[in-house]
Design a protein around this ligand. Structure first.
Ligand code: NAD
Length: 490
């Protein structure tokens, strides 16, 4: 592959080639680490989305006609290509997001692993066979693709987000249109370019850039798009459910979280503190699975708080490999977090550390938020109930397990949850009763594996799962088959 640097101009990728918006419009992508302009990006509207949909529809019959094994082979080729160019992809992710190259490389490797897993699923596209009440009749259930998949993603882990949607969508036999996040257009563009160069037929994987209401909404509304898979905020997810639901499209929603990490009195406090810090602050807290609520037993609260505050004092914020986390993705995001912290302060919350923008030296023009720990905020305050999607977490003091569990569950969200305890029975009670799609014992609230399903309850999703074999349920449907192999016998 020739050039995999982040281009200064980023077009759409449609029908195997770069394509600019019909109206010629562009927007500017800003570098979150410096506040400087990074690239000019194609600003798509409904007409551009229609073109991509028409192309994907045209490519569908031939792609669908390949065996799942052959489609899996294509996915494997893409994953191998990304692996070969891992450093180049990491550089693009690093430049677009401001996260360190080291963290970006970790994310690239996760995307490759997802590719390998999904490629293997091509050989495990299992259906079911069963008996029939009728002699000489065979009954079975097989999977079938849906058609055109409309994929809409967030910016927080850009290449992983592409991999989690595009790989299962195309392996299942659909053709795809990815509406990349306006904050990370380069990563999606580079994956599409690479996929083309390693032999993916034109039109199977298309990328459109642009803003949500201009480029995302037409994709959701298109009658030609059979499945919409969305990763993003709950407020946008609700709108997508409404529009997609009205036309009876299949809709997969992976939404926000307000994830609790519970620390019991018998926990290994040092390891729990390390885990809470990583869960709350790694990737600048821009994880749907970040620990934004740390619920601590009264008996160890003061000691645990001291450990957290001491560790936060050692966190280095910046875009280099020696730093712990980088900027947040855009200025709007930074400003909304600052507003949320100041509203919490006004309502009586105590800011233990951080709470402000970092503006010294190299941070001056970037979108850096200091790692922030808040306490004495009540569970019904907006800060306790609203996802902030940044390096901000709140601590809550509880008397014991029942109170911790009740508080963990007192949330509109239900994505992930973690408990730190040495008590097996208590851990099992937590696993059984916590209202979340993921439950972790003695670990962080984040960190999913490609072969395991991921998704949430309540306002964190709509019952679908990404990754794992369960992802194939999003992008395929069942066909019940009866074969009467000797119709003369009834
Ligand atoms: P967002 O909802 O603002 O945007 C996500 C995507 O949706 C973007 O590509 C955006 O352009 C598009 N969009 C916006 N409005 C749209 C509309 N009306 N129609 C169609 N598309 C539209 O979210 P964000 O701030 O970019 O991302 C952060 C959110 O993503 C957080 O809530 C986070 O928890 C969530 N997230 C969830 C998961 C998960 O797997 N559950 C993973 C990562 C991020």
């Amino acid at each position: 592959m020739t050039d995999l640097a982040l281009p200064k101009q980023i077009p759409n990728w449609i029908d195997g080639k770069p394509t600019w918006a019909e109206a010629g419009e562009r927007f500017t992508k800003v570098d979150p680490a410096t506040g400087r302009d990074l690239a000019e990006v194609c600003r798509s509207r409904a007409a551009d989305v229609e073109l991509a949909v028409a192309v994907a529809r045209r490519a569908y019959p031939a792609w669908r006609a390949l065996t799942p094994v052959a489609r899996g082979d294509h996915v494997r080729e893409i994953a191998l290509g990304i692996q070969r160019r891992a450093d180049d992809f990491a550089t693009i992710v690093h430049r677009e997001t401001g996260k360190s190259r080291k963290d970006a490389l970790g994310e690239v490797k996760a995307a490759v692993e997802m590719g390998f897993f999904v490629a293997g699923e091509g050989r495990r596209w299992y259906g079911r066979t069963t008996t029939s009440a009728i002699p000489n009749k065979h009954a079975m259930v097989v999977r079938q693709p849906l058609g055109v998949a409309g994929l809409i993603i967030a910016a927080n882990t850009p290449i992983a987000n592409v991999a989690w949607k595009v790989f299962p969508a195309i392996m299942c036999g659909n053709t795809a249109i990815l509406k990349a996040s306006e904050d990370t257009p380069g990563t999606a563009w580079a994956v599409a370019k690479l996929a083309h160069e390693v032999g993916l037929p034109p039109g199977v994987f298309n990328v459109v850039h642009g803003f949500g209401e201009e480029a995302g909404a037409p994709l959701v509304a298109s009658e030609q798009v059979e499945v919409v898979s969305f990763t993003g905020s709950t407020v946008v997810g609700r709108e997508i459910a409404r529009v997609g639901g009205a036309r009876l499209a299949k809709v997969c929603l992976e939404l926000g979280g307000k994830n609790p990490l519970v620390v019991c009195e018998d926990a290994d406090l040092d390891r729990a503190a390390e885990s809470a810090i990583l869960s709350a602050f790694s990737n600048a807290g821009q994880r749907c699975a970040s620990a934004s609520r740390v619920i601590v037993f009264d008996a160890v609260y003061d000691r645990f708080r001291a450990k957290l505050v001491e560790r936060v004092g050692r966190i280095r914020v910046g875009a280099e490999d020696s730093d712990d986390f980088g900027p947040v993705i855009n200025l709007g995001q930074l400003e909304s977090m600052l507003a949320a912290v100041s509203a919490a302060r006004a309502a009586g919350a105590k800011i233990l550390t951080g709470g402000e923008r970092i503006t010294d030296g190299a941070h001056r023009d970037g979108f850096y938020m200091a790692p922030t720990i808040i306490e004495e905020t009540s569970p019904d305050q907006p800060l306790s109930r609203t996802e902030l999607f940044g390096p901000i977490t709140a601590m809550y003091r509880v008397r014991g397990f029942e109170e911790a569990l009740a508080l963990a569950n007192a949330s509109p969200y239900g994505l992930t949850a973690a408990i730190w305890t040495a008590d097996v029975h208590r851990a099992m009670e937590f696993i059984n009763r916590v209202e979340s799609g993921v439950a972790v014992v003695n670990g962080g609230t984040y960190g999913s594996e490609p072969h395991m399903p991921f998704g949430g309850l309540k306002q964190s999703g709509n019952g679908m799962r990404e990754a794992g074999t369960e992802a194939m349920d999003v992008y395929s449907d069942w066909k019940t088959v009866y074969i009467n192999h000797d119709p003369s016998v009834t």
